[in-house]
Design a protein around this ligand. Structure first.
Ligand SMILES: [Zn+2]
Ligand SMILES: [Zn+2]
Length: 215
């Protein structure tokens, strides 16, 4: 999922308590009400000592006869203040956005997109980078990773072996398929894994050049 992250550097504060507003995921919208926030995120004052929040309980009790209060809210890119009705003090606290996580997710997404694009020309350029990016990214699209696996075999590049051998695949079927391709790359390059130290050595070696064990 790609999203507009222009809100990420916005700093907003509550006019009632001066506290910094928290950036939260917007609640899902009821399709029928035609309202919608027009935004995936909103900035909310989650200060439990905020005067608006403290006064709200009595105001709503008097006006509507139910147990709720208000939180101060602004949408990204707008200075306009809104009131959000909340049923308890914890509402929205679990939806606060972790900006670092969000930026990392976005960066991963762009790298994946770039790699999928790079797959188209990786064979003619003899460039294993897009293939490696997708195979090493557990969050990447499975079909794209399977295409990458096909190209891994065609690229037949010994340099690809170590990072993939050391990667922990979440999907055992994917891991098995990758291992098979690595095996075929080793064979095609007259290489093997040393059974003692797992380093890649010549297929016909009698002694490992890394651990010096006899084979
Ligand atoms: Zn406040
Ligand atoms: Zn060895």
């Amino acid at each position: 999922m790609v999203r507009d992250l222009s809100f990420i550097d916005e700093e907003k504060s509550c006019p009632h308590c001066k506290n910094k507003l928290s950036c939260c995921e917007a609640p899902p919208i009821h399709v029928g009400d035609g309202l919608g926030w027009g935004s995936e995120v909103m900035f909310i004052c989650l200060n439990d000592a905020c005067s608006l929040f403290l006064r709200g309980w009595d105001q709503i009790e008097l006006k509507y006869g139910h147990h709720a209060s208000y939180r101060y809210m602004e949408l990204p890119g707008s200075p306009e203040g809104n009131l959000m009705m909340v049923g308890n003090a914890d509402a929205f606290k679990a939806c606060v956005i972790n900006k670092e996580v969000l930026l990392a997710q976005n960066e991963r997404y762009y790298k994946e997109k770039e790699a999928v694009e790079g797959l188209k020309t990786c064979l003619e350029k003899n460039d294993p980078q897009p293939v490696m990016t997708l195979l090493l990214d557990e969050a990447a699209n499975k079909n794209d990773r399977l295409v990458a696996l096909e190209y891994l075999k065609k690229l037949n590049d010994v340099k690809c072996i170590d990072p993939l051998r050391n990667h922990r695949f979440r999907d055992p079927a994917m891991e098995f398929a990758v291992r098979q391709v690595l095996e075929s790359i080793l064979n095609a390059n007259f290489k093997k894994e040393c059974p003692h130290c797992m380093e890649i050595i010549k297929a016909q070696a009698k002694k490992c050049m890394f651990c010096k064990e006899n084979l």
